[in-house]
Design a protein around this ligand. Sequence first.
Ligand code: 6PG
Length: 471
Amino acid sequence: MSINQLGVIGLGTMGANIARNAARNGTKVAVYNRTTEVTKDFMKQFEGEGNFASCESYEDMVKALHGERAFLIMVKAGPAVDAVIADLTPHLQKGDIIIDAGNSHYPDTERRVEELKEKGIRFLGMGVSGGEVGALEGPSMMPGGDKSAWEDCKDLLSKMAADDGLGGKCVAYIGEGGSGHFVKMVHNGVEYGIMQLLAETYDVLKNVAGYSNEQLAETFAAWNEGEDLQSFLVEITAKVFEKKDDINDGHLIDKIHDVAGQKGTGKWTTISALHYGVAIPTINAAVDARIMSGSEELRAEHRKDPVRTDLEEPLPKPEQMRSIARSALHLSVLTAYEQGFELMKVASKEHNWDLNLSECARIWLGGCIIRSVLLKVYSDAFSEDVSRQKTAAMYKEQQWSGEKQVHLRLFLELSTSRGIATPSTSAAMNYFDTLHRKDLPQSLVQAQRDFFGAHTFKRKDKNGVFHVEWE
Ligand code: 6PG
């Protein structure tokens, strides 16, 4: 069976646009919002766009949908999702499908899949990325949970999803349980990482190299044309620098308060990486950077700290500066992706999700916030085709072995010597430098542990476990 009728619960911007997207693709859509006024407004604005039924209760909604149906929830993650499920399920029949399309935390999704299975309701926890435009015109969707529910929703979701640019659609079954929301959470962690890397590049170009907003806009727009950095986030960054303030003179970027918000998905990524024992330093540094931007009292206390910047590296010429920053950004973005995929690989093993990482990369090629040409590399790297794997490995090696690595190091020297913090870019460099070393200084940490706690250590030259009296 194939779903041809959809109930959409929650008509905020994302829910409304998902409903419109489904209707534009020929599906009958029943819409409901807790506040009836919102439903009425929706109908007033969009009734003409498709076959909509306006509902004032779940009972109305269930009655309006007689065919092969699914109910998609788009409300704030957390207790609101449980409340909707609790109120909706008594009206449903066995075999009905609920899709939670919000940014739910994956352990909640794991629980909901199980709870609803017991009631005979099929549940999909589906990550949706693309913001409001994506939701309407084609998002990237990451459904996980009941596989038979996916089979039934596949046609509809494929019609609604973005194109991947390779002839496919940006939606695929992710795996059982909470895997869909896990993958979306990691997507957001990578999103935090790349956004922070872009912010650091902006900071250095502006405050080290003295770029104006016009020059920044031109630089990022040019980078967005390249094979290395072409991506949605670089594209919108260029546009941000173009935007004039309509309240006062000048550019809007210079008037925006510098405290970054966060709804939780970045923090969850960091917590789960710690939980699974996976290092994601580029992403963690981005989460910390948002937290530090919000520590306003602490920042005020430290504003007068003595900053010694008299060790300044000489500044390269503007054109060279631009290519240094470009290389630093490109290599650092690669580490953010790398770390995200490593986290998914390890979690997949632990949960037996059997994630297809090549597919995860492919469905991020279009529609989502972190879409970029670089994801093609990861779609190749994790494919089963050995020649694609080799192409990806060669690409990565080439990027790191050339001048770009020298540029990344120089970028960090330039920023550090001038007191400009570049935490995610530094973490990216350190990630690379830690992984390539044959001998790490953690031998000393092992010695210290054995010294004070008899925690034992292994040796390079002998098998077994050792402890010595250090004094
Ligand atoms: C997406 C976005 C989306 C949302 C973020 C914002 O993929 O479409 O990631 O989910 O904009 O959750 O998150 P923060 O408020 O934490 O930055």
